[in-house]
Ligand binder design. Structure first.
Ligand SMILES: Nc1ncnc2c1ncn2[C@@H]1O[C@H](COP(=O)(O)OP(=O)(O)OP(=O)(O)O)[C@@H](O)[C@H]1O
Ligand SMILES: [Mg+2]
Length: 376
């Protein structure tokens, strides 16, 4: 016999267990993320070197990754209490990982980014004719309700002047980066990106048009949402620069209008309908917020009148997707970052959001998106 062929390097069961482990932050196998660099098992000692995919990783806690690795090692027959060392992925590898993340979903299938005119992600813009009617509360709770129904969802806080979404959702850490991609942090299973992450809490935001356009562009083009089914957007008001830019980058946005029940509110809410029309975005439905307060006696008290939501829906020829009662716990939950749909899913408002999410899902995407609005 001649010379033996070179042996391919076989993966040990421990190697493959670690490679197949799903990273809690990026939701992809560690092997695909090029994170497992070196595994040495000698006698009953193990040493594993993990390459971190970007600065600020893991944004949540290194402990959860370490305990995940330790658990997987033992399960694959390795020793307990392995030594785990960290290094940084090289720039070239970070770029490769970013390319992989940008195109490959959790199921291994290819997907298009949300900004692509052919993306399968439905973009749901939540708007209102005036402030304080509960636009952000609706956006946050709707995103959670969609997620609880099994639709992968995320939320973009595009209300750049009054960003409140991260706090309401309960986000506790900042976005991280993998090469060019900005990875939005998660809370309640929902990823969230907000201009609030990039400016200080007490800094007034005075954006000039071009600067804002640039910031939004970066925001939308570099954000990594993964293969989500829904991106809920807390919309900027009106048809100003921000709304125009947003509609340009997310031309497939379907608009929902939030209103309160007093009949006079309809006129104000009509304004956001008009804005949607000017931005050439399809209107899909109306949500009435603060519809009633349920007393201890179980009765509904219509504090702000009634019929506004239905009247608006009728005049816009779209369905009234739901009515959300006025509940102190909803505001309290928003203030402490525990949205009611996640913390009390059986409560009346959470059920209302679930109903709205179901209807929205069953409406399906509009038949025709306006491809001519897409950004090349
Ligand atoms: N159904 C509800 N029951 C009780 N409180 C609510 C309800 N909806 C909203 N709120 C509270 O009302 C306030 C305004 O709501 P929110 O911030 O969602 O409105 P908004 O339209 O986004 O306001 P802004 O114009 O300031 O962005 C918040 O304190 C919120 O917690
Ligand atoms: Mg708001």
């Amino acid at each position: 016999m001649g010379i033996l062929p070179l042996m391919p390097s076989y993966e040990t069961p421990i190697d493959s267990a670690l490679n197949e482990l799903i990273d809690p932050e990026l939701e992809r196998p560690l092997g695909q993320l090029k994170m497992v660099r070196n595994v040495e098992v000698r006698r009953r000692k193990a040493r594993v070197t993990i390459a971190l995919p970007g600065p600020g990783y893991p944004a949540q806690s290194q402990e959860s990754l370490v305990s995940l690795l330790q658990g997987a090692l033992v399960e694959a027959g390795g020793p307990e209490g392995a030594e785990i060392a960290f290094e940084m992925l090289s720039d070239a590898d970070q770029r490769e990982v970013a390319d992989y993340l940008a195109t490959t979903g959790g199921d291994g299938q290819e997907f298009l980014p949300v900004t692509d005119p052919k993306s399968k992600t439905r973009v749901i813009g939540v708007s209102s004719g005036k402030g304080g009617v509960g636009k952000s509360s609706v956006a946050v709770n709707l995103a959670i309700a969609l997620s609880l129904l099994g639709h992968k969802s995320a939320i973009l806080d595009a209300d750049v002047y009054g960003f409140s979404v991260p706090k309401m959702l309960g986000v506790t850490y900042r976005p991280m980066a993998v090469d060019r991609l900005v990875i939005p942090p998660k809370a309640q299973g929902v990823r969230c990106l907000s201009m609030g992450f990039f400016v200080g809490d007490d800094q007034p935001v005075i954006w000039r048009g071009p600067m804002l356009h640039k910031a939004l562009e970066q925001f939308l083009k570099d954000a990594w949402w993964g293969d989500i089914d829904f991106l809920v957007v807390d919309m900027p008001p009106g048809t100003g620069d921000v709304a125009m830019s947003m509609a340009g980058y997310l031309p497939r946005t379907e608009v929902l209008v939030v209103t309160t029940p007093q009949p006079a509110a309809q006129r104000v809410a009509q304004r956001s309908a008009l804005a949607a029309k000017q931005l050439k975005l399809p209107l899909r439905g109306v949500i009435e917020n603060m519809s009633w307060f349920r007393g201890d006696d179980g009765k509904k008290y219509e504090l702000f009148g009634s019929g506004g939501g239905q009247a608006l829906a009728d005049s816009l020829k779209v369905p009234l997707l739901g009515q959300v009662p006025l509940v102190p716990a909803l505001r309290e939950g928003a203030d402490i970052g525990q949205p009611i749909t996640a913390s009390e899913p059986s409560s009346e408002p959470a059920q209302a959001f679930t109903g709205i999410a179901k209807q929205l899902a069953s409406l399906g995407a509009p038949r025709r998106y306006r491809a001519e609005l897409s950004v090349k």
